[in-house]
Design a protein around this ligand. Structure first.
Ligand code: ADP
Length: 680
């Protein structure tokens, strides 16, 4: 009875225990984690239903250490080592390893293990919980990947390298996906190139240059609509039946294509990020998160690196332009006096790459005579002038002289700071060539004058010498005859007659010579004195510029043409201008100016006047200056004005010097206009 009673008492107790176990079992199975327990030797004898569901195996398949078959082979070593150290220490611990899911995908888990100890401290059982940390791991990986990519962008790594690394980060975060980034050239409406490191070249190469035909390509639609396009299954989705991309995708064993536009911060489409998969599939929340982060990074990379490329390209052009035009540039912060030179300007100044650009270093190169020019320009800028242009010479350390032409403008920054930005051109070659040309021209003029004078002198000498020596011989014969005793009067008379004849012959020679000069063949044509004057001014411009002379002109636009020898008239005007330029040499205290004026008078004559602000003509010299060989210049010939006067006389014209108001002289000539002009 007692036994029965005891048995009766036990029954509800056992029942209670069974219920408790069932509750516990239920509780363990409902934990959102993979729970397990093992014997002290590590033999796992319990897996909760979550565990079994996850791996898709039965308890029997999992027991006897079979559970290790679902651990990622690369992580087995870590798991074994951890178990060894835990069982040796009989303590709790935690490791991370990947477990194979029933669908063949590995996910990361945190394995947490706790021993249950008895009173003596020995392990009675091991309890463990494996928590899915795949998403956390993925987020950490993504973050690390993003950081790496941003570093690459900051270091200015090539865009393709960055996009390739970005694809790898995406594929790491979403292992079942292949990432393919298309850079887009919107101006040409085509895909520039495709970057997809995990896809074969046969897939990516044909994509480059594909036109973005809006309706047929997922990425074309993504670009035109600026929205994500999901092609879940390229094979069965009728939308893509006629898309050329369908065959291409299927031929590479792919099915799903998700295309997302990559937009700049201003909303311009820079490219597309395509995710392709071997299975038909739609993006999960995790996928969308990865895509959104990746497009963000891609947009930063494309925008920034394209801008940098553009900057580099422009810098390159600028440098090439500076090199070829021998022009360097500089900036001068007018508040801090900090000066920066471009490479080309350093080259012009012959300053080393590491030489400090300071006001002192710059000044050291300026020719001492031109320092005042620089100072004046700086003073002008300081006084508020915003644009300057000037020329200074530089002296190189070895004494070479360089001519430079500088332009600069002042800019005000939003913070009020003033900056002077300018360009300096090395014009040495041009200047040397101009000088050589001016010298050659001067030489030529001189040689021509000397030669014509020489030829004239030789001719005169030759022609006049004979009658002269005849006269001398006759005169001495005449003297001898008169000194005879008795004087030979008749002989003396005859020799005097011969002297007379020789004298007349000499005079004839001179007349003939003049006639020779005058009757030289001349090309007579209609000459527009305005046009001729412009031509002469252009010819003389470098010489005038070199001497700091400003030439002005005032032409009568209704001027009628004259008939004459163009070349000779050109010589006359050039001679008047060069004389005026010579007269301006000593002028320091007033502007050096030459003015050319043409006009027409009522008498039907055209007039050309060359006025200057030079030293002028002394009233006592006014008549003399037209005489041949009269000159007041140390190296003058004194034939310019006399030749000019005879040229003009042959044109029925006149050459005269005007009385002048103020300093300087005015030389004019006038010639009848063509219809009344009779050229002799
Ligand atoms: P050259 O120029 O060789 O002296 P020209 O016959 O051309 O010969 O000039 C003669 C002189 O006339 C000059 O030496 C100079 O004294 C004077 N002369 C000519 N043009 C001017 C001028 N524009 N101003 C002042 N003097 C002048």
């Amino acid at each position: 009875m007692r036994e029965d009673a005891a048995a009766d008492d036990r029954a509800p107790a056992e029942r209670t225990l069974t219920n408790a176990e069932r509750d516990l079992q239920l509780m363990i199975d409902s934990i959102p984690a993979l729970a397990w327990s093992a014997l002290p030797d590590g033999t796992v004898d319990f897996f909760n239903s979550h565990y079994l569901d996850y791996v898709g195996l039965s308890p029997v398949q999992m027991r006897d250490r079979q559970w290790k078959s679902v651990v990622h082979p690369d992580d087995l070593e870590v798991v074994d080592a951890a178990w060894k150290s835990l069982s040796a220490a009989q303590s709790d611990g935690e490791i991370e390893a990947r477990l194979l899911r029933h669908d063949g995908q590995y996910r990361w888990f945190s394995f947490r293990t706790n021993p249950l100890l008895d009173n003596s401290g020995a392990v009675v059982r091991w309890y463990g919980i494996n928590i899915d940390i795949e998403d956390r791991k993925c987020a950490t990986r993504l973050l690390a990947g993003e950081r790496r990519l941003l570093e690459m962008i900051a270091w200015g790594r090539p865009l393709r390298d960055v996009l390739e690394a970005l694809c790898k980060v995406v594929e790491e975060a979403a292992p079942e996906c292949y990432c393919d980034i298309h850079a887009i050239d919107l101006t040409k409406s085509l895909i520039e190139y495709s970057v997809a490191p995990s896809l074969p070249h046969s897939y990516t190469d044909p994509i480059a240059g594909t036109p973005l035909d809006g309706t047929k390509l997922p990425c074309g639609i993504a670009v035109s609509q600026k929205a994500q396009v999901i092609a879940e299954d390229m094979e069965s989705d009728p939308r893509w039946y006629h898309s050329p991309v369908r065959i291409h995708v299927l031929r590479h064993g792919l099915r799903a294509v998700w295309s997302t536009p990559i937009c700049s911060k201003d909303g311009v489409v820079l490219g597309t990020l395509c995710i392709v998969q071997r299975q038909s599939s739609r993006p999960s929340g995790h996928h969308q998160d990865v895509i959104s982060r990746a497009t963000n990074i891609a947009s930063i990379a494309i925008e920034r690196l394209r801008a940098e490329d553009e900057l580099r390209r422009r810098e390159h052009y600028l440098k090439a332009g500076e090199r070829t035009s021998l022009t360097g540039s500089f900036t001068w912060d007018m508040n801090t006096d900090k000066i920066e030179f471009s490479d080309q300007l350093r080259h012009i100044y012959e300053l080393n790459d590491d030489a400090d650009i300071t006001a002192d270093n710059v000044r050291k190169r300026i020719h001492p005579d031109d320092e005042c020019v620089l100072n004046e320009q700086i003073a002008q800028i300081r006084r508020g002038c915003t644009d300057i242009e000037f020329e200074v010479r530089l002296v190189m350390p070895d004494g070479r002289i360089k001519f430079t032409h500088a332009f600069a403008s002042v800019f005000q920054h939003p913070d009020g700071g003033l900056e002077c930005i300018g360009a300096v051109q090395d014009v040495t070659r041009r200047r040397t060539a101009e000088d050589a040309l001016a010298n050659a021209r001067a030489e030529l003029t001189h040689v021509t004058r000397v030669m014509s004078l020489g030829a004239l002198t030789a001719a005169i000498a030759h022609e006049v010498n004979q009658p002269l020596s005849g006269i001398v011989t006759n005169a001495s014969t005449c003297l001898r005859m008169l000194a005879a005793n008795p004087p030979d009067i008749e002989g003396a008379r005859e020799t005097a007659r011969r002297s007379l004849r020789d004298g007349n012959r000499a005079s004839e020679v001179i007349t003939r010579l003049r006639g020779l000069v005058q009757k030289k063949d001349r090309a007579v044509e209609h000459v527009d004195l305005n046009e001729l004057s412009r031509e002469v001014l252009a010819l003389a411009a470098p010489e005038l510029q070199r001497r700091g002379i400003v030439a002005q002109s005032s032409f009568d636009i209704d001027l009628k043409p004259i008939l004459g020898d163009r070349v000779q008239l050109l010589q006359v005007v050039l001679n008047l201008i060069l004389n005026a330029a010579d007269a301006l040499v000593p002028v320091k205290e007033r502007p050096r100016r030459i003015q050319l004026r043409t006009s027409q008078d009522v008498a039907g004559r055209v007039r050309l006047t060359v006025s200057d602000t030079g030293q002028g003509v002394e009233p006592t010299d006014i008549e003399k200056i037209f005489d041949a060989f009269y000159t007041t210049k140390p190296d003058g010939m004194g034939i310019g004005l006399s030749v000019s006067r005879s040229i003009l006389e042959r044109h029925n014209g006149r050459l005269f010097v005007d009385t002048h108001e103020g300093p300087g002289a005015s030389f004019s000539f006038s010639i009848p206009i063509a219809d009344t002009n009779d050229v002799g």
